[in-house]
Design a protein. Structure first.
Ligand code: 6PG
Length: 243
């Protein structure tokens, strides 16, 4: 495990472009090495702009989507056409415009059964080790990432790849991959933008370690790269301004 790379860019537009370039590079290197690319998406508002850029004329042909398997890091337990569905957002912004194979979490099913079914699907896709080529993550202003929420069990899971948990904070069941998957991945890319994330970014990157309270701290790929792409507003409280 190496130290995270923290890259500060002027604003969200540059974060989005840099992320798109990382996706293009990860796809090319994975497809060059093994003939396919596995890409795990996150929900939230920051990735939507990335998905739209990846679907745009300028970027679409730069990823070999036919050799790409898209999966999800987390999902809200709602039907796939619900406005809160991460799958729906990704489908509208990206997946209906490219020929990727899509593996969605079934938010409409009973949560525990949906989590087990998704773990089986990931095992079929990835084999014995959950080494996803590129995992996209965001961070909430409470330090959550994927659907690993502060003080709940999912962040401490060390066996299962996918779990379901009721998150009182958002009054909703969530499905999420666990640290087992995140920390076996080849590359994890956090996208963080906006002043409302500044205090938490400082705590997560520079404060004392307490992954149970700050789940974003649990992400540390054992044999992979960890990069934080952040905008200047989110980086404003960092003491060590990365160059
Ligand atoms: C979700 C996410 C979640 C998200 C963060 C940050 O389903 O809500 O996967 O973990 O990444 O809440 O979201 P923003 O990027 O929208 O701030």
């Amino acid at each position: 495990m190496s130290k995270p790379d923290v890259i500060v860019l002027p604003a969200k537009a540059e974060v989005t472009r840099a992320a798109a370039d990382r996706v293009v590079a990860a796809a090319a290197s994975s497809i060059g090495a093994r003939g396919r690319f596995t890409f795990a998406l996150s929900g939230g508002s920051t990735p939507r702009a990335l998905f739209e850029l990846l679907a745009s004329e300028a970027y679409r042909s730069r990823v070999d989507w036919a050799r790409t398997d898209v999966c999800f890091g987390d999902e809200r337990c709602v039907p796939p056409d619900d406005p809160q569905s991460n799958y729906r957002m990704a489908r509208e912004a990206l997946l209906e415009h490219v020929p990727a194979r899509v593996h969605r979490m079934r938010g409409e099913d009973e949560p525990a059964a949906a989590a087990s079914a998704y773990e089986r699907e990931l095992r079929e896709l990835l084999g014995a080790t959950p080494r996803v080529d590129l995992v996209l993550l965001g961070m909430g202003d409470n330090g959550h990432t994927a659907s690993l929420f502060p003080g709940l069990h999912a962040v401490e899971e060390r066996e299962r790849w996918v779990v379901a948990e009721y998150v009182a904070e958002v009054s909703m069941w969530r499905l999420t991959v666990t640290p087992v998957v995140l920390n076996a991945s080849a590359e994890v890319l956090f996208l963080v933008a906006g002043a409302d994330k500044a205090a938490m970014l400082h705590r997560v990157l520079e404060g004392p370690r307490d992954a149970r309270a700050l789940p974003a701290q649990v992400v540390a790929p054992r044999d992979g790269r960890l990069t934080w792409l952040v905008d200047a507003a989110a980086a404003a409280a960092l003491e060590q301004r990365p160059t």
